[in-house]
Design a binder for this molecule. Structure first.
Ligand SMILES: [Zn+2]
Length: 103
């Protein structure tokens, strides 16, 4: 998967199409991402003690990574990502628009 946590991404499919946010957590094995403010779900928590109220907690549910594009840190556009080797052999990602490379 070419997206990791900390990346800014833009959603291109589904109910949150057009939204963008930062990746909170990535699940490379499942190809899923949790993104800040995107695909929000509500978790209902029961009261644990007597007299305590149950709570609704809102959290970004994981969604398929194929439905987002990485926003290039260089040119600011949502873009497809290529993978290239730097001279030192380090794996770097490349913006298909402006050809800028980043980790
Ligand atoms: Zn770019």
């Amino acid at each position: 998967m070419q997206i990791k946590s900390g990346d800014t991404v833009k959603v291109i499919r589904g109910k949150d199409r057009g939204k963008s946010g930062k990746v909170v957590q990535a699940f490379p094995r499942q190809g899923l991402l949790s993104i800040e403010g995107v695909n929000l779900s509500v978790k209902h928590l029961r009261a644990r003690k007597a007299g305590e109220r149950g709570q609704k907690v809102q959290f970004p549910a994981p969604m398929p990574a194929c439905k987002v594009l990485v926003v290039c840190p260089q040119c600011g556009k949502p873009t497809r990502i290529g993978v290239v080797r730097a001279e030192s052999g380090v794996r770097e990602r490349k913006c298909k628009h402006c050809q800028a490379t980043f980790r």
